[in-house]
Design a binder for this molecule. Structure first.
Ligand code: G3I
Length: 358
């Protein structure tokens, strides 16, 4: 996933409104969420988990479920055709189990970082065998513990020209759109009790590109449901951009269609990309919290998400600067805890929304 730089003026214009609005967001969260419990969790990095005791403590204290940020992806699991390397994923699963935390699986079919040996597959028969045998081996290994899987992640191209447009990679080149039902059927066969999720980014905002991406995800979901292919939920990744307007009407219309298909909704990768926001940490943190609160409440007005996960728990290990560094050179602050593991207003918004205050 990659996006362009924000527009500073619109961001700064929103600065004062966001600070003043934060109290409203926190109050709204308190008013709406207190009695219920929505599981909150975070993506976790295996290397940091092994090396950082304070990180382990923060995850165990703040989260009810985890999702490996990279350990269940093809590059880590499948260095070659003959190998399944579950070492990192098993370590994360053991940490979750020993701390009484749930675990999500991410992800079984995704264009991101496919190993060269897999990208080189050209035969449809071989492609279907490699994809289905991968899913069968990975899902069955964690059957009964990983309760929810991102089966297909980011099937839409960056700028789809139609709802039928799919991102080109080995599975579309060999199997076409059929790779999607193939993947969902294989995951269901491997663990009939698991929640099977179609996960996507950039379906939250105002603009034709985002509207087309919503239409594409809806078309895929509707096709799977109409064909009786097992799918249970849509994952809104929710990598929010501070300078992008949440498309409340468009998002809520999309969510109503998703609910009409009897599918659940998860918030799977929430963070706020703060590239265009002011340098001052308190100001920025207030705007980030407000953006997340606006998004969560827009979703909640149609349906409470069945889980809310952030893509990391602390700024110390965020992915964001890989693609989105701030012009003022200061560190990004996209996540609920700062780089010293101190809670920020975003943590408060999430805890009030989910009822998960530690
Ligand atoms: O572990 C290796 C390390 O040994 C090596 O020295 C280093 C330099 O090459 O790379 C390390 O692996 C990196 C890995 O993150 C672990 O940090 C990969 O290069 C890097 O590509 C990988 O990036 C991840 C990216 O997905 C691609 O898998 C990000 O951490 C991760 O946050 C990001 O997550 C995605 C979701 O899966 C899907 N939604 C969007 C989200 C953000 O892009």
């Amino acid at each position: 996933m990659k996006q362009g730089p924000p527009h500073r003026r619109s961001v700064l214009k929103g600065a004062l409104g966001s600070i003043l609005g934060l109290e409203g967001a926190l109050a709204h969260s308190a008013a709406v969420a207190s009695p219920r419990k929505i599981p909150f969790g975070a993506a976790v990095r295996g290397d940091a988990l092994a090396a950082d005791a304070s990180y382990r403590a923060a995850l165990a204290e703040r989260c009810r479920l985890l999702v490996p940020e990279g350990s269940l992806k093809w590059p880590v699991l499948r260095p070659n055709r003959e190998t399944f390397d579950f070492g990192d994923a098993d370590t994360i699963a053991a940490f979750a189990r020993s701390n009484g935390l749930g675990l999500r699986g991410h992800t079984l079919a995704w264009y991101g970082g496919m190993p060269a040996w897999a990208e080189a597959i050209t035969s449809p028969v071989e492609a279907e065998w490699v994809l289905t045998s991968h899913i069968e081996a990975v899902v069955s290994r964690y059957r009964g513990f990983i309760g929810s899987w991102d089966v297909v992640n980011e099937p839409m191209p960056e700028n789809p020209v139609s709802p039928r447009d799919l991102r080109s990679f080995v599975w579309t080149k060999t199997l076409g759109a059929e790779y999607i039902p193939i993947a969902f059927k294989a995951a269901h066969a491997a663990d009939p009790a698991a929640q099977l999720v179609l996960n996507e980014y950039d379906i939250e905002f105002v603009g034709p590109r985002f509207a087309m991406r919503r239409a594409g995800i809806l078309a895929i979901a509707r096709s799977l449901v109409d064909r009786g292919i097992p799918i249970h939920a849509i994952g809104l990744q929710a990598h929010l951009f501070a300078d992008r307007e949440i498309d409340r009407d468009g998002l809520q219309a999309f969510l109503r269609e998703i609910k009409a298909l009897k599918l659940d909704v998860l918030v799977t990768e929430l963070d706020v990309i703060d590239v265009g926001l002011p340098t001052d940490a308190a100001t920025r943190d207030a705007m980030i919290a407000r953006k997340a609160a606006d998004f969560l409440h827009a979703v909640d007005e149609v349906t409470p998400p069945s889980a809310v996960l952030t893509w990391g728990i602390t700024d110390r290990y965020t992915w964001v600067p890989m693609y989105f560094t701030r012009p003022d050179g200061t560190a990004n602050r996209p996540l609920p805890l700062d780089s010293d593991l101190r809670p920020k207003p975003l943590m408060t918004v999430i805890e009030r929304f989910t009822g998960s205050a530690s």
